[in-house]
Design a protein around this ligand. Structure first.
Ligand code: HPA
Length: 270
């Protein structure tokens, strides 16, 4: 039957076939490299690369700091597909489009999705440049890529999270564990909104990730997520970040996060 979901499924099969033609390997994991974290893409021993916009059903990725590439190859000896760039709801994409990297990862037969993002910390102990392992999320985007019959538990994988925490200790990273609150964006929060995020149980606020995670869980993938705390949103001492400052800090924390992700891949999938 025609319809948006069936059309998306067909385009995903076509996109997966295109990838498999260039790189006939089943990836163990997909990795969504968020704001400024794209440098990990340079660590992938790339065997095939695509502009996202060249994949059926995939629009061009345009947000600040995002390149819009898919890199297929091995990272830490493990076959992966790495998405350099993502689709945000604030760009006008719906949740089904934002979920495309997760859906393609599942279509290619991977077992896990690793996601990263930039976020504003609201936990009082968080500092700019810290990392946060996402233990759970709160969806304040009020959109989902999931149809009713695919209802599932959007939980983060405890085993992979444990490995990540151990790797963070090994590389000496300041990595907290916490709750990610997905906002629509594209503006940062007002002081009152940061206070709201903290009050409802959040530790960091961002503008992405949740659509990908919901789709990945519905497809049965194990999910591991990280935030780079690029600014802090303490309601009564706000530091007024701009998009460019955010990307600078993310680039510095990126090196540590890259090591952590590679350690997890090696231990969980090599
Ligand atoms: N809020 C939402 N998204 C963000 C922030 C923030 O403070 N920092 C980086 N991404």
């Amino acid at each position: 039957m025609a319809g948006p979901v069936n059309q998306q499924n067909e385009q995903l099969r076509e996109a997966a076939a295109l990838v498999a033609e260039a790189w006939p390997t089943k990836p163990a994991a997909g990795i969504v490299l968020g704001s400024g974290l794209g440098s990990l893409a340079g660590e992938v021993d790339a065997k095939a690369e695509f502009d996202l916009a060249d994949l059926p059903g995939f629009p061009a990725a345009t947000a600040l700091g995002h390149r819009g590439r898919l890199i297929c190859g091995t990272l830490a000896g493990v076959p992966v597909v790495a998405f350099q760039g993502r689709y945000h709801l604030y760009e006008g994409h719906n949740a089904a489009v934002a979920a495309l990297p997760a859906l393609l990862t599942a279509e290619l037969g991977a077992a896990a999705l690793i996601v990263s993002n930039a976020a504003g910390g609201v936990h009082p102990l968080f500092r700019t440049g810290d990392l946060m392992l996402i233990d759970d999320h709160i969806n304040l985007q009020f959109q989902t890529p999931i149809s009713a019959e695919k209802r599932s538990s959007p939980s983060y994988d405890s085993e992979l999270s444990q490995l990540a925490a151990e790797q963070a200790r090994q590389v000496g990273a300041r990595m907290h564990r916490g709750v990610y609150v997905a906002m629509l964006g594209p503006t940062y929060e007002t002081r009152s909104e940061y206070r709201l995020v903290r009050t409802i149980g959040g530790d960091a606020a961002g503008m992405s990730t949740v659509p990908e995670v919901l789709a990945a869980r519905a497809a049965g993938l194990r999910v591991l997520g990280f935030s780079v705390i690029t600014n802090v949103g303490f309601p009564d001492a706000i530091d007024g970040a701009s998009g460019h400052e955010v990307i600078d800090v993310a680039n510095r924390a990126s090196a540590q996060l890259g090591e952590i992700v590679q350690g997890v891949l090696r231990r969980a999938f090599a």
